[in-house]
Structure formats: structure tokens, C-alpha cells
Design a protein around this ligand. Structure first.
Ligand code: MRU
Length: 363
């Protein structure tokens, strides 16, 4: 997507043919900074520190991390170490494991002399595949938006989204945002309610930044506002992303998603989840009991970072010193609250049979 008129992806292979560039998402929306990864440790730290984040982008970064590791040492031991380091960075998004499994199953049978080239090739393919998948998600999701637009001519379709499942969370286009960008580009009147998404504010800092750069009308709302808007018929549909979907259609996503799904259910608002197939974990059924939920640093809750009136970027404390805090990064929305899963193979019911039928190769 475009930033000030220039096309960017969230991650790319640099023109030197081996190092990896990425937008430093910790600095947005205040500063646009490009980071360069030159080794395995850089890639692992980029995921851990959330320089890059969002399930599909975490997967792509891990694949490039393996390529960087192979460039330094293509032995079996180095491959083992790379996968061990990368898998330990963040526990919830299954795309990380998916990408590492892809890289390992390709590289393990090859002799070390062939691994570097093969690793870069597969990492580039994973990035390209993500873009192609998101285009398809956009196409299938567009039909949902157009159907609502047809019922309210001249008025905008109001979409609520949570966290950032935009192009910054993927390699390009985004998952939840792909139908939104496509609708906007095709002239469908659309407006997005952007949940701020405390504690890290991915909605306020990243989704709002993205939508603004693409000219999509949007309004940032405190996280607790969605229910009120739904009661007043101000939300036509919700579309969120996800970090892991179980074989039976339970959806794990950024903390607070479940509460939006409950409010949507209570108010008859369609609640859709957009996902690429690498986000499906066919090895588990019960999202609430089986998905590991990342718990992050207390600092994310006790402080907020922003730009001061005189232009400095500063963190300020918003919780009394000494008050304990909890910081669960994700929650699980049971399949029964999900109206549909927008995938690259169509909009599916959130249930085992539909997922297995659409993705027999994975199931
Ligand atoms: O902690 P984050 O910022 O990595 O969490 C991201 C989300 O929860 C996204 O909504 C999810 O990864 C889907 S991204 C297409």
C-alpha cells in the first residue's frame, strides 16, 4: 500500500539481495522508520519487540529469519537453533509455527550447500503468497460489504474493526482491511470504526494511520464504545483479523475481540473474521483451553506513549505506582459467535466441516 504516495510492503528483501527491510511499527504513527535485519538475532528481536507484528507478518519475518540464519551457517545445528529461537519469540499466532514448519520441511532434506538459496526462495514465496491470499480475502469480503451497501443507497457502510489486521499486519493489503480497501477503491461508500485497542493501541496507532494514508473515512473510538454504537444501529458489520483459528472455528485474536463479538451477537450485527489459511490450526479444537495466550509486560498497561505538544515522543505513567496489572494479549471468541470466516477460498461457516471441506490439503 502507499505511504505518502510511495508503495511499501511491511517487509521486503533489500536490493543487496540478502538483508531484510521492514517498517518499524513501534515508531508509528509518529515516525516512519525503516529497520534492516542482517542476521537471525535481528529477526527474532524484531518479532519479540513487535517491531513487526500481526500473525501473517510474524510468519513472513520468521521465514526470512531462517534464510538469514542459513546465510551465516547452513548446518543442521544452525537450522535447529534458528527454529528454536524464532518459535520462542511469541506464542499465540500460529503463522509463526506454520512458516517455520514450511522452512524446515523444505531445508532439512537438502545438503547445506543448497540451503541458502532455497531458504530465500521460499521466504520470498511466503511473502508473495500472503499478498495473493489477501487479494482473494478482499474479493470475497467485498461481496459482503456490497450486499449491505445495496440496502442503504447513498449511505456509508459502517464497519467496526479491532486491533490492526491491516497491511501492516501482513505483507500487503491486510486481512480485515482487504475488503475495506477494495470497497473504497471501487467507490462503495464506507466508514470504519477503529477500536483504539489498548494497551498497545494498534487500532489508534496503526489502523488509523493506514486508513488515513489510503483516504478511507474512519473514526477512532475507545475500546468500550462498540457496544453502544451497535445498540444504536451505527455498525453494519464487524470484520476482525485473527492469530489462530481452531479446526472447529474458534477464533483467537487481540484481547477485547470476544467482547465485541458478544455485543455484535446481542445486537444482531454480523461478526466476520478474515484470515489466511496458514492461520488455521487444524491440530486443535478448543480455542479457550488449547491456545496459549501471550501475557506481555506490565509496562504496556501502566504507561502510554505519545507525542507531546512540543514534538517529543514520551511515555507517561497512567496507573498508580504499586498497583498490580494484568496484560493478556489475546482472547478467544467461540465459533458460535462468528457469522463467517472470510478466507482466500470463500466465506465459510465457522465450523469443522466447512473448514475441512475448503482446505482438505491442510485438514
Ligand atoms: O499483538 P499483535 O499486534 O501481533 O496482534 C495482532 C492481532 O491480533 C491481529 O488482529 C491479528 O494478528 C490478525 S493480523 C492480520
Amino acid at each position: 500500500m502507499k505511504v505518502d504516495g510511495r508503495h511499501f510492503r511491511s517487509i521486503w528483501l533489500e536490493s543487496d539481495g540478502w538483508s531484510v527491510g521492514a517498517i518499524d511499527q513501534r515508531r508509528l504513527p509518529h515516525e516512519f522508520v525503516i529497520a534492516r535485519m542482517t542476521n537471525l538475532a535481528d529477526a527474532a528481536e524484531a518479532i519479540r519487540s513487535m517491531l513487526v507484528r500481526g500473525a501473517p507478518l510474524i510468519g513472513a519475518t520468521a521465514a526470512y529469519g531462517v534464510a538469514l540464519a542459513m546465510r551465516a551457517d547452513a548446518s543442521d545445528a544452525a537450522l535447529d537453533l534458528a527454529c528454536k529461537m524464532l518459535i520462542a519469540t511469541r506464542p499465540t499466532a500460529i503463522n509463526l509455527k506454520w512458516a517455520l514448519d514450511e522452512m524446515q520441511s523444505l531445508l532439512r532434506p537438502l545438503s547445506p550447500s543448497r540451503r541458502v538459496e532455497a531458504a530465500y526462495k521460499r521466504a520470498n514465496e511466503i511473502a508473495e503468497e500472503d499478498i495473493a491470499i489477501n487479494r482473494e480475502i478482499g474479493r470475497h469480503g467485498l461481496a459482503l460489504i456490497e450486499a449491505i451497501a445495496a440496502t442503504k443507497p447513498g449511505e456509508p457502510v459502517n464497519v467496526l474493526t479491532h486491533c490492526n489486521a491491516g497491511w501492516l499486519a501482513t505483507v500487503d493489503f491486510g486481512t480485515a482491511t482487504a475488503p475495506i480497501y477494495l470497497a473504497h477503491d471501487r467507490g462503495v461508500k464506507i466508514h470504519v470504526w477503529v477500536d483504539e485497542t489498548r494497551p498497545r493501541n494498534q487500532g489508534a496507532s496503526l489502523t488509523a494511520w493506514e486508513l488515513g494514508h489510503h483516504g478511507v473515512p474512519h473514526t477512532v473510538i475507545p475500546d468500550n464504545t462498540g457496544g453502544h454504537l451497535m445498540q444504536h444501529r451505527m455498525v453494519d458489520l464487524a470484520i476482525v483479523g485473527t492469530d489462530r483459528v481452531t479446526a472447529s472455528g474458534d477464533v483467537c485474536n487481540k484481547i477485547g475481540t470476544y467482547l465485541k463479538a458478544l455485543a455484535a451477537h446481542d445486537n444482531g450485527v454480523p461478526f466476520y473474521v478474515a484470515l489466511p489459511s496458514p492461520t488455521i490450526d487444524f491440530s486443535i479444537d478448543d480455542g479457550i483451553r488449547q491456545i496459549p495466550i501471550e501475557q506481555r509486560s506490565a509496562d504496556e498497561v501502566t504507561t502510554m506513549t505519545g507525542r507531546t505538544a512540543d514534538g517529543r515522543i514520551e511515555a507517561v505513567r497512567v496507573v498508580p505506582a504499586g498497583s498490580p496489572v494484568a496484560n493478556y494479549a489475546f482472547d478467544v471468541t467461540p465459533a458460535r459467535l462468528v457469522s463467517g470466516l472470510i478466507t482466500e477460498r470463500g466465506v465459510l461457516r465457522a465450523e469443522r466441516a466447512a473448514l475441512a471441506r475448503a482446505f482438505p490439503d491442510r485438514a
